[in-house]
Ligand binder design. Sequence first.
Ligand code: G3I
Length: 300
Amino acid sequence: GTTLGTSAAERGRYFGTAVAANKLNDGVYTTILNREFNSVTAENEMKWDATEPNRGQFNFTNGDRILNHARQQGMSVRGHALLWHSQQPGWAQGLEGSTLRSAMMNHVTQVATHYRGQIHSWDVVNEAFADGTSGARRDSNLQRTGNDWIEAAFRAARAADPNARLCYNDYNTDGINAKSTAIYNMVRDFRARGVPIDCVGFQSHLTNSVPGDYQANLQRFADLGVDVQITELDISGSNQANVYSTVTRACLAVARCTGITVWGIRDSDSWRTGQNPLLFDASGNKKPAYTAVLNALNEG
Ligand code: G3I
């Protein structure tokens, strides 16, 4: 293929990007988006603060803009994210206990129902595990409603949109480490008990290198019977092109690695200000990292 999307499709994968609704009027941005990508993730527009700014009052305006753009272009959509400790509306931050749990489950149900049938994969729960070596859950208002909040969220999402793939998504899980192993154990437990989980997202916000066991880590999750996806890829540093190539090859080497999403189009679109971690420069020109990914997709 001659684009990221067509080349990935030839390998049975998608190649996606995070999209910001307020950039869809930018001609340079949409030209690259429409040419190169066949999957999108809303960078912020489907999060809790955006979709339910007041309790029980939903606003899907900007999420729908991204979804409609994707549908017009024949792109699939990753939903991001139903429950996350960050980017909660103020009203939810002030709740606790059974009141918060009810609000969480209502949020999952309402958002997944609104987008029912239109989302390829949902990040049902995002970043629920702590960094470091504890293997513990991250403390948050969500976690304090009870350890079963994650499985309750997956069950609610399945009931609302039975055809979406339901994912757990996190960062610093790129190699085999205490955090990724804790998530691995949760996924194994969920599969054993019939909790509906279909996929695990590896954000892969990387700095100049990738753990040597990256592919092995993807594979051990795939061996649990879930798909794996690279969901927020961006890579800073002088070894950028090589690392992009290594990550792309790792996904292609794992049969259940179904797609790669980069977390923005141009360096100037990135949340990592000044780090230039993406595949296109601020003017929209292809960088060496772009060519490295395209070549990796077209190998083999
Ligand atoms: O839209 C408002 C604008 O009106 C206001 O003037 C401005 C002032 O700060 O803020 C704007 O909102 C910002 C929003 O991005 C849109 O640009 C928020 O402050 C800012 O916090 C928000 O950052 C997002 C971040 O998640 C929030 O945690 C990034 O765009 C987004 O890329 C980032 O994405 C996360 C994933 O969802 C989960 N994994 C990590 C990843 C990177 O942090």
